[in-house]
Design a protein around this ligand. Sequence first.
Ligand SMILES: [Zn+2]
Length: 273
Amino acid sequence: MAIPASRKDDKIVSGKRLNGIRRFWRLKHMWLGYLGEYSGIFYAAAIALMIFSLIIQARLNSLVKKYSDVPVASGKDANTCVREMLQSNEVYGVTIDHVSGSMTDNYNPRNDTINLSDTTYGKNSITAVAVAAHECGHACQAHSNMITYKIRQLIAPVASITSRFSVWIAIIGVIIMSSAKSYEMSDLGYSISTIGIILYSIVVLFYLVTLPIERNASRRGLKAMKEFGWVSDDQYAAAKKVLWAAGDTYAVALASSALTLFRLLLMRNSRRR
Ligand SMILES: [Zn+2]
């Protein structure tokens, strides 16, 4: 986002005349979240996303609860379904384990284990079977040649590190820019901030590849539910709602990370002298 030349010149002139009070005023604006001329767009998007994410989370919780007490038509429990699905996909060597908590289910590619939570392990509810089939979908992905899954596995450890400090690097750069007394110092702040922004982009990229992988795992699980007749037609529709609502939380995570990236860019650009 380029600042028009005339405005940039204004900033340079006023920057030279900054006294203590005005410098303080600029810093205060920064902590109030001043983001330049695009502040309005950012805050409108942030509020919309917050409301959207609350709705999605509430919907997921209510669907999970609603179908946690309804047993599947076949009466088969989550563990049996997972074994059946693994066998039909010719995926061997996967362990099924029990993990404490509710909705803490996951597939761990490091030890090739499907971890099923208290509400899933050995349970035969629609929610339990749907969640287990989804996690089994991840195990099938890991055992296939799915390129996006492999990319995600490569990015995951890097994103987990950069997510911890990249935002702070960008903010430190912005602080240096805001309090810089020379153009060299301001440029240094700009460069530091840019490094933070590039590192944070890896986090956004991670969520970008995660979303289609999550949808794909749900599709694999739903296909098995239908093929093996674990559920009735009505129950299939219910399972689909649960898995799609769970997938929506990843869409929110992606939107939220993209918004954070947008914010960092605005913070950096609105302080450029
Ligand atoms: Zn998943």
